[in-house]
Design a protein around this ligand. Structure first.
Ligand SMILES: [Zn+2]
Length: 205
């Protein structure tokens, strides 16, 4: 059962509707909801008046007790983020979790895929940075897609000319990145934090 509502406005006809949404997805208790989240369905709303499919974003907490990750899709209000960070810090059961603030549904989906693949998101950010450099396309929006093959080739996606492209990089790049993370205290995270390209740019020298 959805546990809240959010007001959505159709991008085409402007109709407004109160739509039911979830505030929390617990991957262990509700694997079917996790699946809907990964497919993007939790963020799609079909307008009742004109049928247009709309993307809706709302605050959502994703909790995977088995993989020990907590993801908070924020609506960008700093006071709420500060409060959420305090709540996570005060909860002893969450101290060995990877706790992240994400800004978009796509980023939330990516973090879930990274955790499910057994990878560290900080190391993956470094892989993305290295891959973008190799492609000669800094500022490109690379996202982790999945591991491929026995040697665990890392597949990343990015949008280009209105289509989703895939680029692969060897697992050794990830291993090197994980080594950098292990050696660099600036890249060790405690508490609720953003880990994205902008964060990496601030923390890597
Ligand atoms: Zn509409």
């Amino acid at each position: 059962m959805p546990d809240g509502t959010v007001k959505a406005r159709c991008r085409k006809c402007g109709a407004e509707e109160e739509i039911p949404v979830y505030n929390i997805v617990n991957a262990s208790e509700n694997p079917e909801l996790k699946q809907q989240l990964l497919e993007g369905k939790l963020f799609l709303w079909d307008c009742r008046r004109c049928g247009t499919s709309n993307l809706v974003k709302y605050p959502l907490l994703y909790h995977d007790p088995a993989r020990k990750i907590l993801l908070w899709l924020t609506d960008g209000v700093p006071e709420v983020e500060t409060q959420m960070a305090k709540t996570v810090e005060a909860e002893e059961g969450l101290h060995d979790y990877a706790a992240r603030i994400v800004d978009t549904p796509g980023e939330m989906m990516e973090k879930i895929k990274i955790a499910d693949a057994g990878l560290d998101d900080v190391a993956v950010e470094i892989c993305k940075y290295v891959t973008a450099q190799e492609m000669g396309k800094s500022g490109i929006d690379l996202k982790f897609f999945r591991l491929e093959g026995a040697d665990g080739r890392i597949l990343l996606t990015y949008p280009e000319n209105g289509e989703m492209q895939v680029v692969g990089t060897g697992f050794s790049v990830y291993e090197d990145a994980a080594g950098i993370v292990a050696r660099n205290k600036d890249l060790h995270i405690s508490g609720l934090s953003r880990v994205n390209a902008a964060w990496l740019a601030e923390h890597i020298r």
